[in-house]
Design a protein around this ligand. Structure first.
Ligand code: PLP
Length: 372
């Protein structure tokens, strides 16, 4: 079986599994307990927070552990807007993940927030100047993804951050897909808040993290015992926080860059091997994740291509895992100007850290068989 759907989720890395095991077994203390068991759990949580903060180039006190990337994004988007004294206007892009779009829709419906959606070019890139022009005195937040989950397009969040900083507007970056492949520290992204998800980078499903700069006010969504500095109450998931930290430690820049180069070469081998088939690649040729190859196959059905590939031992997806099973065209492809009928023919291959050139060529051969 060739599995090329790592943008949906990744296997748990051995390092993450081994790091969290003690906190699921003998070391099961509650970090709020004052006895030795609690102390050891609190220390493990503290160490995990320090390592995750390192990924963002921030301080441990600026990191909030959450139960998913979705929760981190909800906390950032709703929490920053609801705590803002600037006003009730938010700027985003047309290609964001549902976690962002649904959070903004909630703010619009229940809190009267005006949401301004900036379009993208045919490669899925937003013009930072256009974001800059959308900013107003009452803009409470700009929220933009670092890299898109369906087409892999990378945004110039640093330029967007410069525009935001010039007028004092905070920028939140959804770095869920970028984190395994690109630098996601606050300076590289130009961000004031950054969300990541564990299961996209070798930690288990059910853990995420939000970094927010210094004293940026963030309204809590979950109230209770005041854990996570009051930002997210509930007894902390020590084991998963420890696993996330272990996965993050695997992202040392030299390892990350080497893997990104190798995986990009494998992905490009796939692209070269299917270049003459009646398909059209989507996304940006120059600004894209090393791990993603996405295309449309005009006149075919994306779902049937997936089934035919799976019969041949190749597992891929039609785009976002969250949108799979719906027969609506992807909002990302529509925003790129893809015809709605063509958007329904979308296929996404997403490579993982351990995917190889042999996987890429195997997938290419299967696709030739299916479309040939
Ligand atoms: N943002 C992006 C870009 C994603 O790709 C995903 C998951 O696919 C999420 C947010 C949500 O993360 P989680 O699955 O941890 O809720």
């Amino acid at each position: 079986m060739i599995l090329l759907d790592h943008a949906a989720t990744t296997p748990v890395a051995r390092a993450a599994l081994e790091a969290m095991w003690p906190y699921l077994t003998g070391e099961f203390g509650n970090p709020s307990s004052t006895h030795a068991f609690g102390d050891r759990a609190a220390r493990a949580l503290q160490d995990a927070r320090r390592d995750v903060a390192g990924l963002f180039g921030g301080r441990p006190s600026e990191v909030t552990f959450t139960a998913s990337g979705t929760e981190a994004i909800n906390t950032a988007v709703k929490g920053i807007v609801l705590a803002s004294t600037r006003g009730r206007h938010v700027v985003t892009t047309a290609v964001e993940h549902e976690a962002t779009l649904a959070s903004l829709d909630h703010l619009r419906r229940r809190h009267g927030v005006e949401v301004e959606v900036v379009g993208v070019d045919s490669a899925g890139r937003v013009d930072p100047d256009e974001i800059g022009r959308a900013l107003r005195p009452e803009t409470a937040l700009v929220t933009v993804m670092a890299a898109n989950n369906e087409i892999g397009t990378i945004q110039d969040t640093r330029a967007i951050g410069d525009a935001c900083r010039a007028v004092g507007v905070p920028l939140h970056v959804d770095a869920v897909q970028a984190a395994g492949w690109l630098p996601v520290d606050r300076d590289a992204l130009g961000a004031d808040a950054i969300s990541i998800s564990g299961h996209k980078l070798g930690a288990p499903k059910g853990v995420g993290a939000l970094w927010t700069r210094g004293r940026l006010p963030v309204e809590a969504l979950v109230h209770g015992g005041g854990q996570e500095r009051g930002r997210r109450s509930g007894t902390e998931n020590v084991a998963f926080a420890v696993a996330l930290a272990a996965a993050v430690r695997e992202l040392r820049p030299e390892d990350r860059d080497r893997r990104a180069t190798e995986v990009a070469a494998a992905r490009d081998a796939f692209v070269d091997a299917v270049g003459d088939l009646p398909i059209r690649f989507t996304g940006s040729e120059t600004h894209r994740l090393p791990s993603i190859a996405s295309f449309v196959a005009p006149g075919r059905s994306g779902e049937s291509i997936l089934l035919d590939l799976e019969e041949r031992g190749v597992v891929v997806s039609s785009g976002s895992a969250c949108a799979a099973g719906r027969d609506e065209p992807s909002h990302v492809l529509l925003a790129c100007g893809v015809d709605p009928a063509e958007a329904l023919t979308a296929v996404r291959l997403s490579f993982g850290h351990d995917s190889t050139r042999a996987d890429a060529l195997g997938a290419a051969a299967a696709l030739r068989d299916v479309l040939g």
